[in-house]
Design a protein around this ligand. Structure first.
Ligand SMILES: Nc1ncnc2c1ncn2[C@@H]1O[C@H](COP(=O)(O)OP(=O)(O)OP(=O)(O)O)[C@@H](O)[C@H]1O
Length: 284
């Protein structure tokens, strides 16, 4: 029990006559970064909002940190962190004021100065939130999301609008939170982000989990055929194989050393993900 952060069985949510979540099961372990992927309208936000206690469900069992979010206590709420888009509400406040303000809501908050440093905003501590860049504002959102020392953090599309360097820094921040023991639920449309961060992930399509696993092996990825490509005497060559090592050794013997322009690739997470989505679409 202590190992589980989130346990969901048979979750269902209906809007009018539209079934948004249709018998969804989920297990998220304590201390892991868990990615939720899925196309637009798949039911990800609805599911996450139910886990956060912000939306009622129609059926199913939900346990988050040992409680039902639908009936959760105030104390439970203080154990959950949610990265909202706060900037509109707090635009007039300075960064340090905003973080301190939110710290005051929690029984055992982290030190605001420390958190501002952790998100890389020390130099902007006295700047107004409204005047920050999009990426910097998102960092304020994260600072506010983690100020209460959450055991479980919900991150929805955290790096939208970040430049590549800021994304990498942000990933380091998320990893450092996870290393510190925070369980993290990450919803993102960026497959590279999920691949870089998630220990495990679930793909949600039409309100159900259609695949679950770690990014390296999801949907048979690790055992999928490899593609060996090289430059042959007559131009570029490609060979699909279950035993790329054998093919590469044969090529090395043939070329008596370096194989020109050699690459060995397996399907990317994106290839696997798009395949899963396509498969589900055809199952109408
Ligand atoms: N408040 C609501 N009232 C009616 N229908 C809703 C409501 N919220 C969501 N829906 C519908 O439920 C389905 C699932 O929506 P949800 O926002 O959970 O999907 P999502 O996977 O988060 O999508 P996205 O990737 O676009 O954010 C969609 O068809 C959406 O139109």
């Amino acid at each position: 029990m202590a190992e589980t952060a989130v346990r969901v069985r048979g979750l269902r949510k209906v809007y009018g006559d539209h079934v948004a979540v249709d018998g969804l099961d989920l297990d998220i372990r304590r201390g892991e970064i868990f990615g939720i992927l899925g196309p637009n309208g798949a039911g990800k936000s609805t599911t996450v909002e139910i886990l956060e206690g912000h939306r009622k469900r129609d059926a199913g069992e939900v346990d988050v940190l040992g409680e039902d979010p639908g009936k959760a206590s105030r104390r439970w709420k203080s154990r959950i962190g949610i990265v909202w888009q706060n900037e509109i509400v707090i635009g007039d406040l300075k960064v340090a004021e905003a973080v301190r303000h939110f710290a005051s809501y929690f029984p055992n908050p982290r030190d605001p100065e420390e958190i501002i440093e952790l998100v890389g905003l020390t130099e902007k501590a006295n700047a107004r939130v409204g005047g920050l860049s999009g990426g910097q504002r998102r960092r304020v959102d994260v600072a506010i999301g983690v100020i209460g020392r959450p055991e479980l953090l919900f991150l929805d599309e955290p790096t939208t609008g970040f430049d590549p360097a800021a994304r990498r820094q942000f990933w380091d921040l998320i990893r450092s939170l996870a290393d510190g023991g925070t369980s993290i639920v990450l919803t993102s449309h960026y497959l590279d982000e999920v691949e870089a961060l998630a220990d495990r992930l679930a793909v949600v399509v039409k309100g159900k989990v259609v695949a679950e696993g770690d990014p390296a092996t999801l949907g048979g990825r690790a055992s999928a055929q490899a593609q060996v490509s090289w430059l042959g005497a007559d131009g570029p060559m490609t060979h699909r194989t279950d035993s790329p090592t054998t093919v590469v050794s044969e090529l090395a013997a043939y070329f008596k050393g370096e194989i020109p322009e050699l690459t060995v690739t397996r399907p990317s997470l994106e290839d696997i993900y798009l395949g899963l989505i396509k498969e589900q679409e055809t199952v109408a």
